[in-house]
Design a protein around this ligand. Structure first.
Ligand SMILES: [Zn+2]
Length: 399
């Protein structure tokens, strides 16, 4: 039976860039392997969520895996928490947090506390905080942290305590709807934040940092509240064992919540391609996310984005052989425009290569070339059904 590798290049798609002579970074980059894939495969363009919707990586990956983000997504927190290794359960309310520096009037001085790395002892100390009727879980990775409340009568409809700026006071959480659940959750978050502030202020890690003149990590700023959704397991839904190779917590979290095996990514791209092929010996489906093109575009750097794309192309070169007897999908999860430095709602290019695709006339892989491909214009939610059909794994609809 053929297997499937879905390579999602984060933020790969872009708009025409003036510095690149009106080409997109994907058009400007030398990509012989991606072009060979487009030549042998069927191509198209996709709206990750819906036309014009500026998808995040989280909502887009949910859609691409076939989980309707409009039904299962309430906020980023739950996926971040799952990706950081917290065993979240449906109904939990989760936030993504930053360890931050605040002064005595709770004015934010540094939203990342000097990008502090040593946060494990802080999380351990915060474990002593108890809230009435709620179980609290925390996990950190450097200055980033995930916070989970578990219990009855909670709501994710509360505002961020992160003011998203420095020089202003932390924002007390407010209920975003007039429900007792939202009011209680906002109150609990404010209580937790105040207690956490006291614990962190007195912690020896911070006393040492203060002595060394480093920003202290004396506040936890929370944002992106969401409720953990109940996702049908990938294997029971598609009849394939699924795995995921990713470097970002949010993508790992989505895969974990879908019951997929999460594999720690190799650093080097060529090693990562070989790693993907090894993982595909034990499962039928692999999602691989590569992050760096998105980061280059967030930094407004088309030159760096071109370089990343050429490295991705080399990785794809290692997968061409696989795509002879199996299916290889390469796409972007959303457009990240270098000019904007953020995600845009434009379509993304898609190519599917494999033994029985109807090869179309497109000979190169880019936003514009793929627009005339045989897949036409599809949505993220259509990827899995199309793939299942090619794999001869889909149920017949009707007689
Ligand atoms: Zn991004």
């Amino acid at each position: 039976m053929p297997r499937a590798l879905l390579l999602v290049c984060d933020g790969l798609a872009d708009r025409p860039v003036r510095e690149l002579g009106g080409r997109t970074p994907l058009e400007a980059a030398r990509t012989p392997n991606l072009d060979a894939l487009a030549d042998s495969g069927i191509t198209g363009i996709a709206d990750p969520v819906a036309p014009g919707v500026r998808a995040g990586s989280d909502t887009s990956h949910l859609a691409i895996l076939g989980y309707d983000p409009l039904k299962v997504y309430t906020g980023r927190g739950p996926f971040e928490a799952a990706g950081m290794g917290i065993e979240v359960m449906p109904g939990d309310v989760a936030w993504r947090c930053n360890f931050a520096s605040v002064d005595e009037r709770l004015v934010v001085l540094d939203r990342r506390a000097g990008r502090i790395q040593e946060t494990e002892p802080l999380v351990e100390a915060l474990g002593s905080i108890e809230l009435p009727g709620v179980e609290v879980e925390l996990r950190s990775l450097g200055y980033r942290c995930a916070l989970v409340f578990r219990g009855e009568g909670l709501s994710h409809r509360v505002s961020d305590t992160d003011p998203h700026a420095t020089g202003v006071e932390v924002a007390p959480a407010r209920p975003l709807e007039p429900s007792p659940e939202a009011e209680r959750t906002a109150e609990l978050l404010n209580t937790f934040s105040a207690m956490a502030h006291r614990v962190l202020e007195g912690h020896e890690v911070n006393r040492r940092r203060a002595k060394q003149g480093l920003p202290v990590a004396n506040y936890l700023l929370a944002r992106g509240a969401g409720v953990v959704p109940e996702l049908e397991g990938f294997e029971s839904r598609y009849g394939m064992r699924g795995a995921c190779i990713a470097t970002t917590a949010i993508i790992k979290g989505i895969a974990r919540l879908a019951g997929m095996e999460v594999v720690e990514a190799e650093q080097d791209y060529l090693d990562r391609a070989r790693q993907a092929l090894r993982v595909l010996e034990r499962c039928e489906f692999l999602l691989m996310n590569i992050k760096e093109a998105d980061e280059a575009a967030h930094d407004h750097s088309p030159e760096r984005k071109v370089q990343v794309i050429e490295r991705i192309d080399a990785l794809v070169g290692e997968l061409l052989e696989f795509a002879r007897d199996n299916y290889l999908v390469v796409m972007s999860d959303h457009t990240t425009a270098c000019s904007v430095g953020d995600h845009c709602g434009d379509t993304v290019p898609v190519v599917i290569a494999g033994p029985e695709v109807r090869r179309d006339g497109v000979r190169s892989f880019s936003e514009r070339a793929c627009a005339s491909g045989g897949l036409g214009r599809i949505r993220g939610m259509h990827i899995m059904p199309i793939l299942l059909d090619l794999l001869n794994r889909s149920e017949k609809f009707g007689a």
